[in-house]
Design a protein around this ligand. Structure first.
Ligand SMILES: C[S@@+](CC[C@H](N)C(=O)[O-])C[C@H]1O[C@@H](n2cnc3c(N)ncnc32)[C@H](O)[C@@H]1O
Length: 231
């Protein structure tokens, strides 16, 4: 039965294409073994989180305390929705919007734009329309991950470019306004363009910190850039 599943955006999804090579089967077995014993995967299941990444956001919020009960939050790259689960819980009187390329099952308290590519002008217009009624945004989250090409340098640059797209939404495109004490938290895969991107962020935020929550896998190049105090 497991032959009918494949990795997509970090998750196993059903697919008619079958793994035919020994290498793919080995990777799948290692993935299943790691998932069944991984501390954060087990805890995510216990707490009904849709993904273990919920613990990354909780750890970052415990450190910087930026999710407030009244916050307006937009979570870009939100599927399957574990960050949204954390945000609706911590911001019960705010407004929470999620956006993803994939279909996202409903979450009470979250306004979700499924099947929506953040790079598309139509999607950006929809976001602009929805947020126009809400005033400024307090927190912008991006945990996006493009499908890996297998080349780390290329994947790093593609993800930085996606983060830049989000950054431009509230700096150049004015799709919405980020509040003065606003926060932008984005995931990157580490690589050569990190320094340059941090410099760009530092031009618009007084504080830019690099964080690696304990729930990030040791062998992963994943890092989070936490930006606060929008100038
Ligand atoms: C690691 S997952 C996010 C997990 C999520 N934070 C959670 O806790 O459930 C990355 C997501 O980014 C989405 N993504 C990648 N490129 C995107 C794009 N251009 N527009 C919108 N979403 C995108 C993928 O579809 C995928 O669902």
């Amino acid at each position: 039965m497991l032959k009918n599943y494949r990795f997509f955006g970090g998750f196993l999804t059903k697919n008619s294409r079958r793994f035919s090579t020994k290498k793919a089967k080995g990777n799948l077995n290692r993935y299943i073994q790691r998932q069944s014993t991984d501390e954060f995967t087990v805890r995510a299941r216990e707490h009904n989180f849709r993904a273990r990444s919920a613990f990354k956001l909780m750890e970052i919020d415990e450190k910087f305390k930026f999710l407030k009960p009244e916050s307006t939050v937009i979570d870009i790259g939100c599927a399957p929705g574990s960050w949204l689960q954390v945000v609706v819980d911590r911001c019960p009187n705010g407004y929470v919007m999620g956006v993803d390329l994939q279909n996202v099952l409903p979450i009470r308290g979250a306004d979700i734009l499924s099947l929506s590519d953040i790079t598309s002008p139509e999607v950006q217009s929809k976001i602009r329309e929805k947020l126009a009624k809400r005033g400024s945004v307090d927190v912008v989250l991006s945990d996006m991950a493009p499908n890996p090409t297998g080349d780390n340098a290329t994947d790093h640059l593609r993800l930085i470019e996606l983060c830049r797209t989000v950054f431009r939404l509230f700096t150049e495109e004015k799709a919405f306004e980020l509040s003065k004490n606003g926060v932008f938290l984005c995931k990157i895969w580490d690589g050569s363009a990190r320094g340059e991107f941090i410099r760009e962020l530092s031009n618009r935020f007084s504080t830019v910190k690099t964080v690696k929550p304990t729930a990030c896998r040791d062998n992963s190049a994943e890092l989070y850039l936490f930006c606060r105090n929008f100038k």
